[in-house]
Design a protein around this ligand. Structure first.
Ligand SMILES: NC(=O)c1ccc[n+]([C@@H]2O[C@H](COP(=O)([O-])OP(=O)(O)OC[C@H]3O[C@@H](n4cnc5c(N)ncnc54)[C@H](OP(=O)(O)O)[C@@H]3O)[C@@H](O)[C@H]2O)c1
Length: 395
């Protein structure tokens, strides 16, 4: 039965909560309690809750936007209802506006959707959640406009990631930082909310670092990256620059890894984030792989740590039960030459972080880690944040 069928069938049963127009409904046993504190239906004893949250993608034609569309269509809770891009793409159907470069075909209904300008007036008001994959200069300008207009924005763009009242979240690591939304709403008078996911290279190393921190207390981190070309967006690096080459500079990337990881690993005290005191230093390199950032990490800890104990802490670090969560967040390879981008980036639908090569050095534990930069590192990261926002009642 389709959503509409379910909606119609359930609607005839008096006493059940009405779904918002255009939404489907999910049936629960009569008298059960609503799991969503901000459920629009208010009273929390009911027969149904809204099932489909209408979502949009800002910057839908780009590298991350395309991954978002691939991951959302289909999705158990989200339905795509708005696609935005630059003025050059607005007015075109999506198949014409986007140079589709994802392995699977463009979903048929998406292909025919008209792309609109990235402007709150162009997005239907019954859309609740917007995934933003805009260039940061654009995000800085338009994201606050969308939040002011009442939308919840889960954003990839680097603007505002380290702002005091903006949650920067990896759901498995610091879901409690979403509590900053209340601070943000109080301070800015917003009805919506702005939530960020970190930079793709930061997301790759922070889960294993969080596992080490929890078990042994992190003090120092040194990291050198080998980052794929898709991390620069479709127009980011030309073939003449990158084929047969490696570029030992990615503008601003080192600083993002250093600051974002301290905020992510910090403690939320109910009013602000106390950043983690670990000293983090990064060196970032672009290499000619398509997808998947590989990183060499040295991590020093308060307590002595053997490679075996570190492997156990990483492998046991819990995942969540969100629709896009991997079953196991961190896979630890025993083979010294893994993980590798081509072999391991798609593990668990591109949402798993892989580690390997764990060994003791004079500078602490050394290990390598890898994640798919446009999936776990970008589209999947903001999708997971969107799923967490729904789970935690912010939609
Ligand atoms: N790629 C990654 O691995 C990765 C990882 C983490 C975070 N990020 C971040 O995610 C964001 C998107 O990255 P990307 O790689 O997807 O970039 P991209 O491929 O260059 O795509 C940019 C998107 O933004 C739209 N856009 C550009 N200028 C605009 C304007 N003035 N107004 C409205 N829309 C505009 C583009 O639309 P048109 O097609 O119409 O130009 C396109 O849809 C960036 O902030 C990036 O730093 C990327």
């Amino acid at each position: 039965m389709g959503l509409q069928d379910e909606n119609d069938a359930a609607g005839s049963d008096s006493g059940l909560v009405e779904a918002r127009p255009g939404r489907g409904v999910r049936s629960f046993p009569a008298g059960s309690r609503c799991a969503y504190p901000n459920c629009f239906a208010g009273g929390h004893t009911y027969g149904q809750v809204p099932m489909t949250v209408l979502v949009g993608v800002l910057g839908a034609t780009g590298a991350v936007g395309q991954r978002l569309i691939q991951m959302i269509d289909p999705h158990p809770d989200f339905e795509l209802a708005a696609l935005t891009a630059s003025a050059d793409s607005a007015g075109k159907d999506y198949r014409t506006a986007a140079k589709w470069r994802v392995e699977s075909p463009i979903p048929a209904d998406v292909a025919d959707t008209t792309v609109v300008e990235t402007d709150p007036d162009e997005v239907p008001s019954d859309v609740d959640l917007l995934f933003s994959s805009l260039p940061s200069s654009v995000g800085e300008r338009v994201e606050p406009e969308f939040v002011e207009a009442g939308y919840v924005v889960s954003s990839n763009s680097s603007n505002s990631r380290t702002a005091d009242d903006v949650p920067l979240t990896i759901p498995e690591v610091n879901a409690d930082h979403l509590g900053l939304i209340e601070v943000q709403r109080d301070e800015r008078g917003w009805d919506g909310a702005l939530v960020k996911n970190p930079n793709c290279s930061t997301i790759t190393m922070v889960p294993p670092l969080a596992a080490l921190d929890e078990a042994f207390g992190l003090t120092d981190v040194r990291v050198s990256t080998l980052q794929a070309v898709s991390g620069a967006g479709y127009d980011g690096v030309t073939s003449m620059e990158i084929i047969d080459n490696a570029i030992p500079h990615i503008g601003g990337e080192e600083q993002k890894m250093e600051t974002e990881s301290q905020k992510l690993l910090g403690e939320f005290d109910g009013a602000e984030i106390q950043w983690h005191a670990a000293d983090v230093a990064a060196s970032c390199n672009r290499i000619p792989t398509l997808d998947g950032h590989l990183e060499n990490v040295w991590a020093d800890t308060d307590a002595d740590v053997t490679p075996e104990a570190a492997a156990e802490a990483m492998a046991d670090y819990p995942s969540l039960d969100l629709p896009s969560s991997p079953d196991q967040l961190i896979k630890v390879f025993e083979e010294p030459d893994r993980p590798q981008p081509r072999l391991d980036r798609m593990a668990e639908n591109g949402m798993q972080v892989s580690t390997g090569g764990l060994r003791e050095t004079t500078d602490g534990l050394q290990f390598n880690c890898l994640a798919h930069n446009t999936m776990r590192g970008a589209a999947g990261a903001s999708l997971l944040n969107g799923e967490l926002l729904l789970e935690e009642g912010y939609l």
